[in-house]
Ligand binder design. Sequence first.
Ligand SMILES: NC(=O)c1ccc[n+]([C@@H]2O[C@H](COP(=O)([O-])OP(=O)(O)OC[C@H]3O[C@@H](n4cnc5c(N)ncnc54)[C@H](O)[C@@H]3O)[C@@H](O)[C@H]2O)c1
Ligand SMILES: [Zn+2]
Length: 673
Amino acid sequence: MNQELIRKQQDLTARLNRYRHEYYNLNAPSISDAVYDRLFEELQDLERQTGIQMANSPTSTVGYPAISKLEKTNHPIPLLSLDKEKNIVEVCRFMGEHQVMFMLKLDGLTIKLTYEGGELLEAATRGDGEVGEIVTHNTRAIGGIPAHIRYEDRLVITGEAFIRPSDFEQLKASLVDNNGETYKNGRNLAAGSVRLLDAKTCMERRLMFMPFTVLEGFENLPRKSERLKELSALGFTPCKYLVTKRTLTQAEAEDGIKQLQQYARDKDIPIDGIVVTYNDVAFAKSCGRTGHHYKDGLAFKFEDDLFETKLQMIEWTPGRTGEIAPVAVFAPVEIDGCEVSRASLHNLSFIEDLELMPGNRILVSKRNLIIPHVEDNLDRGGFVLESAYPHRCPCCGEPTRIHETRGRNENGEERTIKTLFCDNAGCETRKLKQFVHFVGKKAMNIEGLSEATLEKLIGRGWIHSYLDVYRLDQHKDELVRMDGFGERSWQRLWSAIQQSRNTTFERYVIAMDIPMIGNTASGVLCQVFHGNLDEFRDAVYAGYDFRQLPDFGDTLHNNIHEWFSKEENFCIWEELQMMMKIQKPVQPVAENNTQDNPFAGKTIVVTGKVEPYTRDEMNSLIASLGAIAGSSVTRKTHYLVCGEKAGSKLSKARELGIPVLEPQEFFRMAGVA
Ligand SMILES: NC(=O)c1ccc[n+]([C@@H]2O[C@H](COP(=O)([O-])OP(=O)(O)OC[C@H]3O[C@@H](n4cnc5c(N)ncnc54)[C@H](O)[C@@H]3O)[C@@H](O)[C@H]2O)c1
Ligand SMILES: [Zn+2]
């Protein structure tokens, strides 16, 4: 047993160290802070049980050794982390009768500033607490750092460089991290920016600095809060804090925390907790330290939304493409007042990565407060892929197959993704789901054909193919005698079926269920092929390259060609059309326009405000010119129409050498001015 615990401890130490490298050096973490913190606690537990602590354990070291081209500097007074606490009762116990400061726990990157003779000598990051990186060159690019101060003695302060949440929202649209992905949060962007070699780029990141501790200087003042307050007069903006005047009740402590949280929201300051620290400098010093933190303070972290539970089983259900989707079934947990006991596991690779087996303790969250998600497995080890999935389809019993595709995982990294398939075209569940899609709102839109009704109709053998839906009247007599069905239901259903014959290019294409062709893609196809299904089909057989269309890539291109290459698909495509009346596209292509305007067949992207038009109106105008309205600037874009307050699309177009048109010029060329 002990051996097993030690193995687990070593695995977890190695994993957490990998996460630290991603977080501190690459500024691109692959797991959330909440999950990191839970694994950290798990490791602390294991260390207590085994009585062993590795020299490189994250529980006894700070940050991570920095690897970068930046020069290094020593911290004679080590810069440590903070002990974490989620329980307010523990926070009150920690405070005891001491005077404490409640402070914002700023969420950015810690910087230490050293001044001598009133001049800024050096700015450095925390690094591993003993050795940090010199980032003095970037101080001019960070708001809130005075270069000269009216204080002649040596002054050393620590504080946080951060990006305001509202600034981050704007910046993230145009920036990517080390992996070429958009930044997940402002802390990663702030950390990446402070450590840039080039101050000019750093300047664009709108960083702010707020000091929270005076390490050296103002030695005559006995309290931390007094020393911090002095910094205001020198031109700094100290971190917001409250000082206790007497011992607080739990309710008062909670109230203080709420006040600070509200303050941070109002002032647009990013925080990930509240710091509680003894105010008396001499007493604080006497508290000592561990390898990880000083004992004079702690970080109260807001209750995260991770829930520990036990995985009971993995349920597998075939869908309409034949893909068999895994769902985790776990012991119910209450999240935001709802009981949750199931979460999608996406695919086989997701299960493999988490090494999930029934009986494991797992961490579950609700992402964006809606979708339950399995974040991590606390009991890894002993996983065997072969026993993780059913070798026969749970619906039809035919052998399953593992399908491998190149794709991206949750963090956007490219990798092989394994999915489980049932290839049996007659597999009942699969067929049922296909029909559900076929009659759905975006496809043929037949009201009254619920999944339950479809299941009955398929079960009685009345519908095998889509065509059978339109021949249901052959079974009318039996149908009206079916449970819960009657003459009136039949009339309603039959009239809905008849109405659905009057349909559009887009609906028809969606109903055919070509993988990944939904609303947007079918809309583009409708425009390009003038709402004409035959024109589209002919183009496919003539080898049309769909990659030239906006937002179409290799996958969509291949999906279309693959779909049409199957004879049974082609038959349905042709036969079903005979039962349909395809309406002309809503935006009729202005024939005379297409001939003599230069935009026919071109892809046009609009950015910024083009008064007095809304974006939708601009897109309709583009469509009426026989052109395609793209949503992002790529190499396939022909023109960018650039209105007021243009953003990153403009720089992208310039980078790619794509012609940029002023709105007036665009209207003139289009002949609508
Ligand atoms: N997602 C990941 O992969 C990953 C990896 C490593 C670390 N992390 C996150 O980082 C945390 C540990 O990192 P850490 O030790 O760098 O930071 P921390 O979250 O433990 O906080 C300690 C730091 O907070 C700063 N701070 C901000 N405001 C302060 C104030 N008012 N007073 C004092 N200090 C203040 C200080 O620099 C201090 O060093 C973890 O809890 C986790 O959330 C995440
Ligand atoms: Zn099957």
